[in-house]
Each structure stands twice: as C-alpha cells, then as structure tokens.
Design a protein around this ligand. Structure first.
Ligand SMILES: Cc1ncc(COP(=O)(O)O)c(C=O)c1O
Length: 473
C-alpha cells in the first residue's frame, strides 16, 4: 500500500480512524471483561490530558528531560511504598507487564552469571498458572522454564513440587499475586522462604494484583502476604495500566535494592553515536504513559483507589455468586480479587463464549491442562462493574441456548489433533485449519471449534500453528 500521494485533511484522517473502530468490540458499552481497565470519565480525562502533555517528551534521556526522571522516581516511590518496600527499594517504569517480567528474568540471569558463573544453562521454576510472559522471557533470554503443577482445587502453585524442581542450575523462583487465569494468589511466603533457604531470587508477578490487592488489604480484607513485607521476595512487577487505571504502556518493576537492579541496566558507548544508557528494554519512548501513571496516582489518591476497589470487589463478588447460581457453571479455585474463571461439566464453554460474543459480550476462553478443565476468564474492572446483572441474565440465557445447540464434533477434533500431532506437515495443518473455519489471512468470527482444536493439540504444535497463522495475517 503506498502512502497517499497528497495528505488528507485532519478531519478525514480522524473520521477514518473512528470508522476503523467499528471493526472492534465496543468496549465502551461495558461488555468487554478483559483487556480494558477503565476508570470513570473524569479520571480517564485526567490520564488522557497528562498523556498528551508528555506525548513528545522522550524517556530515553532524563538529562535532557529531567521532568521525566522526576515522574518516574515518583511513580516508583509511590508503588514501592504501597507494596510495603523500604527506602532501599529501586525500580523503573516499563512499557507493561511483559517488559517488567523480561527485565526481572534478565536481572536474575545476569545476577546469577556474576555470582555463580559456572551455570551455563540457567533455570527458573514456575507454576503452570504463571503468565506466558515468563515463557517469553525464557525464550528471549536463554533461561530454561521448569514448569511444575499446581493444586487442582485451589489452583495455587505447588511449593513442594517447586522445591523438588530446583537443581544446581536454578536461579529464580516465580510466584503470582494473583495468576491471571484464575485470579488465585500463590503461597508467596512459602515460595520466598524456599528461595531464601536455597539462595535463590524470588520474583512475585503482581502485575494484576499489586494495586488492587494492596488496597483490599488497606480496606481490612484478608489478603495473603505477597509484597516486600515477605522476606525473600527480591523483585515485584506491578502494572499501572491494569488495576492502576493508567493508560496502556505503564508498569513498574521493583527490586529489594539497587545492587540487584544494577543487573537490569544496559549501557553502550561502543558506537559512533550517542551514549546509550537504558535501565529498561526500550530506548526512545514517549513520556505519555509515564505521565498518565503519575497523573492517576495523584488524581485518585488513596481514597480514590479505595473507592474503586470497593466497587469492583463488590461487583466481582456479586458476579461470582451469580455464576455459581447458574446451573452447570462452577467457579475454579478461590479467586483472591477481581478476576476469576468458570468451567462447566455439562456444556461446552467455548460455545458459550461464542454465544455471548453474538450478544456483544467478551469472555475469554482459556485452555484445559491435565489437571484442570477448559474455562472462561472474567476480569471485573471499574468500567464494567455496573453491568453485572445484564451479564448474568445473558449468561444464563446463553447457557440454555448452548444446551439446545448441537454439540461440537469433538471426536473429529480429537482425531484431527492426534493426526496433526503425528504429522504436523503444512498440508495437514492447512486442511485442518480450513475444517475448523480458519482461512489464511482472515480473522475468525466463531472461535469454538478453533479453541477446541488448540485445546486438544500438544502445546508445541498449537504454538507453531498460531505462529504460522499470525505470520500470514
Ligand atoms: C499476571 C500477569 N502478568 C503479566 C502480564 C503481562 O502484562 P502485559 O500484557 O502488560 O504485558 C499479565 C497480563 O495480563 C498478567 O495478567
């Protein structure tokens, strides 16, 4: 596609952009229970103004833009204080949870390289419930992920299995507070104590929980200890762009002290160009997300966050009770905050997700494991909290609808998945993709058969297929 030979008028540009949004699910209608974390209109406007105020400033160089350095310092200090860190805690604002986790794993790898240089293949131990960002970090950084099981009832990481998985090459233990999939907080004190006992680092992924759980604790709710109050926790990731209600592009990575954070920082005077000194993965980056994060922390203050957390938590509890009350649905594990998942022994939840999508609701399909069923995820946030009753009414109606639908041909899928696992040739893959309604270069509408297939395939095969599919988009 060539660039237009002559430029369009501003109105035409913006009208076109607005029209593209018609392709998307309308999150503003409050029916998307994932991906979007929206505060009220007034708070959103403050974030937007702050973002635009710093749109052009570059976080690359705080000597040129000292105000950007101040904003980062303030955001890190406020989040560290909330997470019960002392003055020794050091950290940075990153572009998101994935970058914070990448940096935590890089720091652990390079710290180990300095302390235990004999390790040639570093390993990190994590529960299967930990976020895929750790697998990505492992993949990018040459660290081996050693994945262990979880308690099939509580969905908490199995600490004994983690202990058994530690080898002389282990550098890092991972805990989630909570895991995204089921919203369950791992036994962080036990995992951190294990790390301390074995001389290992311990990262707590509080990307979704750091803010919400901390304010639940401040509101007097029983919250399992997960932050710097736990001895042995050496780093934490906390996303401002989730339950911090900042604009996307803002997370915080925190270390117990700067001697550890030092391993995160990269510097280069090795080229003909300017000095590069990057604490985070990105170099040039807009000051917008950082300013948005600073703005929301200061605009809401503790009282504002407490109000939001109370509203969201009450809505979650009502929703969980309502889901449990629908015949055939059951909530998995013991969700600690405002995200949870539910499964069904009587209907296909992938068909249920499609039925809800036809009514413009988005519930997120998740996969089964050998010890847990396929399920649908719900993240409750402030912007959708008013829609609990409407969601429950449609959910109950869709459960009935799916019961009346012809079941998916799961035998065909299971047989096809088994054949594909044996022979993942491009032809076999193309044939099967067509059979489940996936055409190269096209985004699918109905997902049930596709999810069914992905769930049935071994992960390695499913991942290759997904990479090829995206590569063709
Ligand atoms: C627990 C957890 N960790 C990490 C991430 C990755 O965060 P991001 O999507 O901001 O990169 C997520 C995303 O949902 C998450 O839920």
């Amino acid at each position: 596609m060539p660039i237009p030979p002559t430029g369009l008028a501003p109105d035409a540009v913006l009208t076109a952009l607005r029209s593209f949004k018609g392709l998307d699910l309308d999150w503003q209608a409050g029916r998307v229970f994932a991906y979007v974390y929206q505060p009220d209109d007034a708070a959103a406007a403050v974030v937007k103004d702050a973002y635009l105020l710093y749109l052009t400033e570059n976080c690359l160089d705080p000597t040129t833009f000292p105000s950007v350095g101040k904003l980062e310092h303030d955001v890190v200090a406020m989040v560290a204080h909330l997470l019960q860190g002392d003055d020794q805690v050091a950290g940075n604002v990153t572009s998101g949870g994935t970058e914070s986790i990448l940096l935590a794993v890089k720091t652990a790898r390079d710290y180990a390289q300095a302390q235990r240089p004999h390790i040639t293949q570093p390993e990190m131990v994590l529960s299967r419930t930990a976020h895929a960002a750790f697998h990505k970090a492992a993949h990018y950084l040459g660290v081996k992920p050693v994945v262990v099981g979880f308690d099939p009832v509580t969905f908490q990481a199995d600490v004994d299995a983690m202990a058994a998985a530690i080898t002389p090459n282990t550098i890092l233990l991972v805990a989630s507070a909570p895991c995204y999939s089921q919203g369950v907080v791992d036994p962080v004190p036990a995992i951190a104590a294990l790390a301390q006992e074995r001389g290992l680092l311990c990262h707590v992924d509080a990307c979704v929980g750091g803010i919400h759980l901390s304010f639940l604790r401040k509101l007097g709710r029983a919250v399992g200890a997960f932050d710097f109050s736990v001895p042995g926790v050496t780093s934490l990731s906390v996303d401002m762009h989730k339950y911090g209600y900042a604009a996307k592009g803002a997370s915080v990575i925190l270390y117990r002290d700067s001697s550890l954070r030092r391993f995160q920082i990269f510097s280069s005077t090795d080229t003909t160009a300017y000095t590069i000194i990057n604490p985070t993965a990105l170099s040039s980056r807009s000051g917008g997300p950082l300013a948005g994060a600073w703005a929301i922390l200061n605009y809401l203050g503790e009282d504002g966050y407490k109000e939001i957390v109370e509203t969201v938590q009450a809505a979650t509890e009502r929703l969980i009770a309502g889901v449990e009350g629908i015949d055939g649905l059951r909530v998995l594990g013991q969700p600690a905050m405002s995200m949870f998942s539910f499964a069904s022994d009587t209907i296909n939840v992938y068909q249920l997700a499609d039925a809800m999508r036809r009514r413009n609701w988005y519930l997120q399909p998740q996969f089964s494991t050998p010890t847990s069923p396929r399920n649908l995820h719900i993240s409750m946030t402030y912007g959708v909290a008013h829609n609990v009753d409407a969601l429950l009414a449609d959910l109950a109606a869709c459960v009935d609808e799916v019961r009346a639908e012809p079941p998916l041909d799961t035998d065909f899928i299971a047989a096809a998945a088994a054949a594909l696992a044996e022979d993942p040739s491009p032809d076999a893959i193309a044939g099967l993709m067509g059979a489940v309604g996936l055409q190269p270069g096209e985004l699918p509408q109905e997902m049930a058969l596709i999810n069914e297939l992905l769930d049935a395939l071994p992960d390695a095969v499913a991942n290759e297929i997904l990479i090829d599919f995206f590569n063709a988009l």
